[in-house]
Design a protein around this ligand. Structure first.
Ligand code: SF4
Ligand code: SF4
Length: 340
């Protein structure tokens, strides 16, 4: 692993130079407390102090609405993979969101690799950025507060510079191209990094006890907690949409009866929506809101663990921030444990 130093005085030149590697996308302020990833028009609009964007980076690879192919009675099927050749430099991902992408890589890469997802994934340079947690972050409990892989470059902020970690061969190419902007890491930098690291560790105020959680969930399938939660949850799907690892989708056709043609579309869906589990014949496997909300919690902390050996929650806090009825994922699991 190669670690160099980028003085803050060179940051603007660094960001402008990244445009040689693709369209640079950065976190930008949308309103006072809201941030989004979007194309960089100017380096001054990069929200270096952002903590979480509304939509996670999954939108670049697993698009909210995606045409899979066109069809017509005369031409047959024509495959469409939008943006498959578009080079993007995605700057500013915090460690939890990098872990989110690593989880999606498993979801879309196991058994039946999803060519739409990976056609875009291979073209994106990922540049991580360090952060300081707020009262909604519990990534430390989920083991996603730091990452040693899943990025091409990673910037850890110090007072007047960034430590720049190289995580891939493309990251190495970029660091070589920008060597005139970079310097060696000094002992003083290392000490400063260790001090900030300690401060960050002490800033976490929210934690989730994940020890034996899948086991407790197995025992608590019929707990009254789920009925109570079902009364409070609107099943609006907001938590699914903002979640970096939720990947439910619906597939449908849009047909033009006049031209005898159409397109097949994949669109984000949510297991919290009432018709998500409807099958042929009209039977619904999860007709009650309590069943649906329980299903989501079990998928994150029980089902994914059984299947892939780790939970599919990164502790990013988005579902806490954007739930209209203030349902708090950590409080729910504490109740399931009988500790709240
Ligand atoms: S955001 Fe809140 S109310 Fe909406 S589905 Fe999720 S838990 Fe339920
Ligand atoms: S469940 Fe909530 S905290 Fe966990 S990854 Fe999804 S949005 Fe983030």
């Amino acid at each position: 692993m190669k670690i160099l130093k980028l003085p803050k005085t060179n940051f603007k030149l660094f960001m402008e130079g990244l445009q040689n590697y693709g369209e640079v996308h950065v976190p930008k302020r949308k309103s006072n407390q809201s941030f989004v990833f979007g194309p960089m028009e100017n380096t001054s609009e990069i929200a270096m102090d952002y903590l979480r964007t509304i939509n996670p980076p999954k939108k670049y690879f697993f698009k909210p609405k995606d045409t899979l192919f066109n069809f017509s009675s005369t031409k047959g099927f024509t495959e469409v993979i939008e943006d498959s050749d578009k080079k993007i430099v995605l700057f500013g991902l915090h460690p939890c969101d990098i872990h989110g992408l690593k989880i999606l890589d498993i979801v879309f890469g196991t058994n039946y690799p999803d060519k739409y997802y990976f056609a875009r994934r291979k073209n994106v340079v990922v540049i991580g950025l360090s952060c300081m947690p707020d009262d909604k972050c519990f990534c430390r409990s989920m083991g996603t507060d730091a990452t040693e892989d899943g990025f091409d470059l990673f910037l850890s902020e110090l007072k007047s510079s960034y430590l720049l970690t190289v995580g891939s061969s493309i990251g190495d190419d970029i660091s070589t191209d920008f060597k005139h902007l970079l310097a060696e890491v000094s002992k003083k930098d290392t000490n400063e990094y260790l001090k900030i690291r300690k401060e960050r560790k002490n800033r976490f105020t929210l934690s989730l006890d994940t020890s034996d959680l899948p086991y407790i969930l197995e025992l608590q399938r019929e707990s009254e907690v789920w009925e109570e939660l079902g009364k409070k949850c609107l099943c609006c799907g907001s938590c699914s949409m903002v979640c970096p690892t939720c990947s439910c989708f619906n597939v449908y056709d849009i047909q033009n009866l006049i031209t005898d043609s159409g397109e097949r579309v994949r669109q984000w869906d949510s297991c919290l929506f009432k018709d998500y589990a409807v099958v042929a014949g009209g039977h619904n496997f999860r007709v009650n809101r309590a069943d649906r909300v329980r299903n989501r919690y079990y998928d994150k902390q029980n089902g994914f663990v059984s299947q892939y050996g780790k939970p599919s929650c990164t502790g990013c806090g988005r579902c806490i921030q954007y739930c209209p009825t203030k349902i708090h994922v950590v409080e729910v699991f504490n109740k399931v444990r009988g500790e709240a």
